[in-house]
Every structure is written in C-alpha cells, then in structure tokens.
Design a protein around this ligand. Sequence first.
Ligand code: FAD
Length: 614
Amino acid sequence: MRIVVCVKWVPMLSKLEFDPETRRLKREGVPGEVSSFDLRALTAAVALRAQHGGEVVALTMGPPAARDGLVECLALGADRGVHFADAALAGSDTLATARALAAAVRREAPDLLLLGRASVDAETGQVGPEMAELLDWPQATAVRRLTLDLAARSFIAEREADDGFETVTGPLPAVVTAAEDIAEEKFPNKADRQAATAKPIASVSLADVGLGADQVGAGGSPTWVAGVEAVTVERRRELIAGDTPEAMVRALGERLRAIGALDAGGDRRQPLPSGAPGTGVPVWVVAELGPSGVLPVTAELLAKAAELARTLGGPVEAIVIGGGATYAAALAAAGADRVLVADDPALVPYVTEAHAAVLADAIIARQPRLVLLASTVRGRDLAPRVAARLGLGLTGDAIDLDVDTEGRVRQMKPAFGGAIVAPILSRTRPEVATVRPGVLRAARPDPSRHPVVDTLAVRVPAARVRVVSRQPLDDAAAGRARRGGRRARCRPRHRRAGRSRPNRRVGAASRCGDRRHARSDRRGLAAEAAPGRRHRTRDRAAALPGARRERQHGAHGRRARRRNHRRRQQERQGADPQVRGFRAAGGSGGGAAVPGGGASPVSPPRVAQARRPT
Ligand SMILES: Cc1cc2nc3c(=O)[nH]c(=O)nc-3n(C[C@H](O)[C@H](O)[C@H](O)COP(=O)(O)OP(=O)(O)OC[C@H]3O[C@@H](n4cnc5c(N)ncnc54)[C@H](O)[C@@H]3O)c2cc1C
C-alpha cells in the first residue's frame, strides 16, 4: 500500500513582508512551517501504514526552503519525500496547483491521497477536491476518522457535515482531506530526526511530470489576486467604570443600550431591488436547504445576487439540486426570479459526484454569468469539483463581491488568518465563488414575488462514494452550525470536555481554520448593526480582527509549545545540534521563485496599510 500526503510549506504569518514593486510576498529570510492540517494528515497516514504496511510519501510543491518541511515529515514517519520545485510553478492558483500536484501523484500511483482540509495561509480548501476531479478519483473531505479495507480496496471515512457528521464509504484509490481530529499533533524527537537524515528526498520538475509551463503558474491559472486591502480595525476604546462588578455590569448595559447594540427590534433588512429582472445572462445561486427549509446563507446569497444582477443586467436564478419545487416560493421571496429544480432520488442525501455532475451539466447547458455557492462544508466540497471539471476559476470563502469598472466580478477573499482581504478576479466564465455564511445580509423577504419554476432534465451518474450513516448534531448545535457554518463543529476541545479552561494546545486556533472563521462570522454579524451601512471594507474589517488575533496568538502558541517540547527533550537527551540546525535551516527562506502559494502577489499585514489599486 502506498499513501501520498500533500504537504504545503507556508510562511509564518507574523514574519511576512510585502514587496510593493512586484506585489509579491518576500520570502527571503521568512521562516516557514508545514501547514498544520497536513501534519495531522501525515500522522494519520503513518498510523495507517502501521496497520497495513506499505509506504508513506510526503509530496510538496514549493520553494527550496520547502525541503525543510519534507525533512520534518520524514522525521514524523514518512518513508520518503518528493520535492516538486520548478520556477514555472510560481503564481499558480488552486487549479494550477491541483493540476501540477495531480501530475506528480499519478507518477506515484498511490492507493490513497491525503491532504489537509485547507492550508493555513490562503485557506481555500480547494486543492483536494480539484485534484480528485483531475485524477477522476472519489473524494471525502473534512474527514476525522479513516479506516481502510485493502482486501476490498475500499475506505470508510467519518466526515464533518454541515449538520453533524456522516460516515461514507468508497473505493480506493481515493482523495481524503483531513480535519483537525484525524490525528493528534506529534513532534519528532532526536532519534526521529536522526532517522530522517537517512531517508530519501527526490526532486521533481515540470518536465518529469509531463506538464508544460503554460499549464501552471500565473499563465495556467484562471484566477489571480488583483490587489490587497489591509484590514484596519477601529474600536471605541471606552472604559466602563464602576465601584462593584454589579455597578460595572449596569454601566455596561446602559452604554450598550445607548449605542443601540442591544436593540433587537425592527427589521433592518433592505428590500429587494424593485422592477423587472434584466434579460441578460443570469446570476446563479446554488440553494442549500435544511430540515426547516431554505438556509439563511442562501437568502444572503440571493440578496447579493440581486444586487449584482442589477449591474450585470440579468435575472437571478436559484438552482435546487435534490430538492423539490416546494421551496420555490421561499426562494422567490428571498430574491430568485427563477427557480431551477434538479430532482432525482439519487441526489438525496448529498454525495459529491452526483451533485457535481448535475451542476456541471446545468452550467454547460444554461451558461450563467456568475455562480455563487455557500462556503459551507457542502459548498466547499462541491464547488472545487465542479470548477475543476469545467476548468473554471474559483474563489474560496469570499466575504463580499462587487462589479468593477470593467464589468468583472471582484470576489473579496480574506487570507493569512484574516490579516488581508484580496480581490480575486477570474479569466473564465462563469465566475464561481463560495461565500462565507453570516457575513452578507439577506433582503427583507417579499412574499408577493411569484416564482417561475423550471425543471431541469438531470443525468445522475452512479456515485462511487455512498453515505452509510448520519449523526446530526442536536438542534441547537445544528442551528449554530447553519448560522455560523462551522462554529458548532469546531468547539475548543476543553469546552467539549466540559473543562472551563484549555489545558493544552495554546495555539489551537491556528490549527483549526474553522474556529478562526467562527469568530470572524460572529464579528461579521455584529458589524451589521450599523443601519444603512453597505458591506464595504469597513464591514469586512469588522468581520476579521478576531480571526487575525487568534491566528497570531495561535502561531505564537504553537511555536512556544514546540520550543518547550524541544527544550524538554534536550534536557532529557542532552544538547541536540540537529534540532538547532533544523531550526536554522527553517529560517533560511530560500529561493527566488516561489512555486505554489509562495509567489502569490499579495500583501501581508505589515505593509498593506496603504490601499492598493486593483
Ligand atoms: C490571498 C490569497 C488568496 C487566494 N485566493 C485564491 C482563490 O480564491 N482561488 C484560487 O484558485 N487561488 C487562490 N489563491 C492561490 C492559492 O493560494 C494557491 O494556489 C495555493 O497554491 C493553493 O491554495 P491553498 O493554499 O488555498 O490550498 P488549499 O486548498 O487550502 O490546501 C489544501 C491542501 O492541499 C495541499 N496543498 C496545497 N498547496 C500545496 C502545495 N503547494 N504543495 C503540497 N500540497 C499542497 C495541502 O495538503 C493543503 O492542506 C490565493 C492566494 C492568496 C495568497
């Protein structure tokens, strides 16, 4: 058995700098580390090898310094490393990255491909599903438990879903992306590091995997980062005084009431744009439905679609995959001019390949201008699979969209733990984006709008992955998960265990993208309290500072923990020159060309203060 684990070498966020001339990250001298979900995926792979035998191969696409990441993977138990380095890879977006990595994986012909659920820098979570589509393998994303049956050539995976957990099974080879819980975090000891020096690392170039330079890098990427907006936060900086805690609580309550923060009354939602819908190319929203009907995020997307459709000159269409016409009235009231229904028993429950086939066919047949999906677990599982099938650019987890002066849809993507917001543009049509739940505002429902319903002829292929069982969360937790998308699934472990304070994993947030988003989601909702304010950069800023703070603390916490761990080891085992050498090498930065995410033309927090033209 062979397992390939894709590991991304990411910069330590607090050390990033931006070159205003090239509009690229300066990597020289910036220490890096392996993205944390990837290390857990690797640990899970090593555990599977212990059970079944075989080998674990760590694969990275990155600059020369990324080799240090492979050394860490070898120390953690990988048998060999593959370093995919080629100057032409610089500036690759997720599709170009997936194309390059898939070509490297084909050479290895593994039984299983493991990736992190998302990187901790750009955090799109798209590379895994895009690779699955390019390899034509089944996929299971956000997996927290994984077992293999090599005799039957199959896997069983428990994965996170939007309303709880589900267990799926499918054939090997398969692509699995790892959630945080898939394995405990591990740290190599001195003996592991010594053993790693004897293990091989192969270098691979584009020519070795049979790709041309035009298929990767900026030229082979359908999306590009069009600039950077710094996230600046303005706070009131007020102190609440009082002699006793009770008096302070009273004073705080009065102050909050005075500024309207506790004012729950009144419906601040804006009405939908009036007048007949445009006759141009439609804007699509892929509807998500829950047990009690249309999810709030779908209403949020429909309101944004209605706003964009005004400028783009077309109607708003909601596509319901696996639902019925029952929801048409609610979708029309929320902003849909037309409801497209793709119904088939094979579409319930959700399985990636069936939904991807239906959505891809519908896009080809009807040619929408823009397709919006929710950045839920389902949306992030489905959108990249469809985008890769159609060769489309995809923006992951956008928090806002607008139309620029050239009529292009700019998709605002937060990254680097929320430190920046980058407008992403796409060369391909339709533009496709997943949008974070709870950040945009739904319109006031208009029950007088009458839906036009079209039933789509669907061709549902036999799905290779099948849902074996589902374990929904209790109602309250599911509600939180629906509102915040991820909050309920990623509670800090000390709370899950009923403890009041964490007793380990100081920097947990940095290894749990979802927790970061959860806090930023809450901020996004709070930002909506300002009446009549449009969701521009200020609102984006309000949506993000919690995320950034958690990221920074998380990074510090993680480094401190590693330092302490190494110090304890050194105390036990005597001075360890190799550890010091490894750490020094980690800080050496490295190359000129930065394949993978490394060369992305973005600004880090430090120099992003001045707003940049796009
Ligand atoms: C600010 C910013 C925003 C961006 N937004 C977008 C966007 O919206 N759409 C888009 O297409 N591109 C975007 N990019 C480019 C994108 O980050 C790069 O293509 C990157 O190489 C892969 O994306 P990711 O880090 O989001 O990967 P993810 O999909 O989040 O990574 C998931 C997993 O894939 C594996 N993986 C990813 N990259 C590598 C690698 N180089 N080597 C080995 N394994 C890897 C790891 O296992 C990782 O855990 C953005 C870049 C920046 C800097």
